[in-house]
Design a protein around this ligand. Structure first.
Ligand SMILES: *Cc1c(COP(=O)(O)O)cnc(C)c1O
Length: 442
């Protein structure tokens, strides 16, 4: 059994996180509940930041907050001195409500609307990562209308595609994000931007994949972007001050995953950037990275209560929990794998093979196809590990299930970060037919 971060087992044989008994969390807040190990989040943030500091490279570590977005996690990210990536007006709004320092907010997305971009200008955020030609036109229009400067990065697809355990270089990039580096689009975008009176090109950005377990793909990407930056220096006497290499650092969901230390990625980036800047006598850019999953993924644990079961003789035993694809759609969406434990009987042998099913009305609503638990007893507290990234942020009200509560734990203390939805929350946008405020009576 692999335990993460501050997880431990107490004298009652219960799983604890951050020094707090998960059985106490379940009885106080109910289930399902997602518990975040805040000390682990802080440790990861520091591991990225410290490696840059030790390498003597100026850097920004931005939390890619689509992985888990809430006011409270933004407050922790702010405390840790992280920058923040947002990908929508909604995430930007959440950041403003958390009092996030505006200069440390970066705005991503492949279809930012006029309203979203104007919101970013109103808030004077740190930087907009420009994705496509339509967005260039919008940003020019807004900055000229407002006579307001804006720092930007140009997002490119460098022709390297990282996979879980390897990477490939692709000639023709087929991605909905960014400008192609090789076919001239990136140069065309740069030429449209670099002399604009209100737009300040800081440099280039790429994000090459997710759940990456090797460092070579980052080196290849850094080389590709630096090479372009060096040609812009030669041809236009233009210096990029920022090189953003994105996120995608892998974490351990199951024993098949062999994650690297955060420092391994950072060292590879620092090495290639130092060697290229030396060789071409180019001023060392700031390196920005954007970890999402690797900051919050294994810091999150979901607690469920086991309710009913079904035995299909000779095939499998289903045990059903009180959540499912509504709070974690990743297994149903793309076959993501997780591990689980019986949190209230951790010391008993985990040798009963079951399929953990959710309670949604979809046959595909299975959280774990093959889990090994203590002999299940109805009412058991089942913990699935590594649910901190892309679970709550993708949660839905399918079957009108209320979204779970989110609780932060640290140093023996616990605090509600997102309250559980009520039935009233579920109907809050519904308008009964008798209640016509606009439009016509049917
Ligand atoms: C999603 C995303 C990230 C974070 O990816 P992780 O795999 O969660 O680390 C970083 N940068 C950009 C641009 C992204 O879209």
């Amino acid at each position: 059994m692999h335990l993460y971060g501050t997880q431990s087992i107490n004298e009652n044989g219960h799983l604890t996180i951050g020094g707090v008994d998960t059985a106490d969390i379940a009885s106080e807040y109910g289930t399902p509940v997602i518990v975040y190990d805040i000390a682990l989040f802080r440790a990861r943030a520091n591991a990225f930041k410290e490696t840059f500091r030790k390498a003597g490279i100026r850097a920004q570590v931005a939390y890619a907050s689509k992985a888990f977005s809430s006011i409270a996690i933004y407050e922790i990210a702010k405390e840790e001195g992280l920058s923040l990536d947002v990908v929508s007006g909604g995430e930007l709004y959440t950041a403003t409500k958390a009092g996030y320092p505006r200069e440390r907010i970066h705005f991503h997305g492949n279809n930012k609307s006029y309203e979203e971009l104007e919101f970013a200008f109103e808030e004077s955020i740190g930087c907009i990562v420009i994705d496509n030609f339509s967005e260039i036109d919008l940003i020019k229009e807004i900055s000229e209308k407002r006579k307001q400067k804006m720092d930007v990065l140009i997002r490119v697809t460098p022709g390297v595609e990282a996979h879980t355990h390897s990477y490939i270089t692709t000639g023709q990039e087929d991605s909905k994000f960014g400008f192609d580096l090789k076919n001239g689009q990136t140069d065309e975008a740069f030429l449209k931007l670099y002399q604009h009176p209100y737009i300040n090109v800081l440099g280039m950005h790429c994000h090459i994949g997710s759940q990456i377990f090797e460092t070579e793909s980052f080196r290849f990407a850094a080389e590709a972007l630096m090479t372009k930056m060096i040609t812009w220096q030669k041809e236009y006497d233009f210096i990029c001050t920022v090189l953003n290499l994105g996120g995608g650092f892998g974490i351990r969901y199951t024993e098949e995953d062999k994650p690297l230390e955060p420092s391994a990625y950072v060292k590879e980036m620092a090495t290639i950037v130092s060697s290229m800047t030396d060789k071409y006598n180019y001023p060392i850019p700031e390196i920005w990275i954007e970890p999402g999953r690797s900051l919050v993924g294994d810091a999150g644990t979901t607690l469920y209560t086991y309710g009913s079961s079904k035995i299909v003789p000779g095939v499998r035993t289903y045990i059903a929990v009180d959540g499912g694809m509504s709070d974690n759609i990743r297994p149903a969406l793309y076959g993501a794998k997780y591990t689980a434990v019986t949190a209230n009987r951790m010391n008993e042998p985990h040798s009963t093979k079951v399929t953990i099913a959710g309670k949604c009305c979809e046959s595909g609503d299975k959280l774990i196809e093959e889990a090994f638990l203590a002999t299940p007893v109805e009412g058991d507290l089942i913990a699935t590990f590594c649910t901190g990234a892309y679970s709550y942020s993708m949660a839905s009200n399918y079957n009108r299930l209320p979204k779970p509560a989110v609780v932060f734990v640290e140093n023996g203390k616990h605090q509600l970060a997102i309250r559980r939805e009520t039935y009233d929350d579920i109907i809050r946008l519904d308008i009964p037919l008798s209640n016509v405020e606009s439009g016509e009576v049917l």
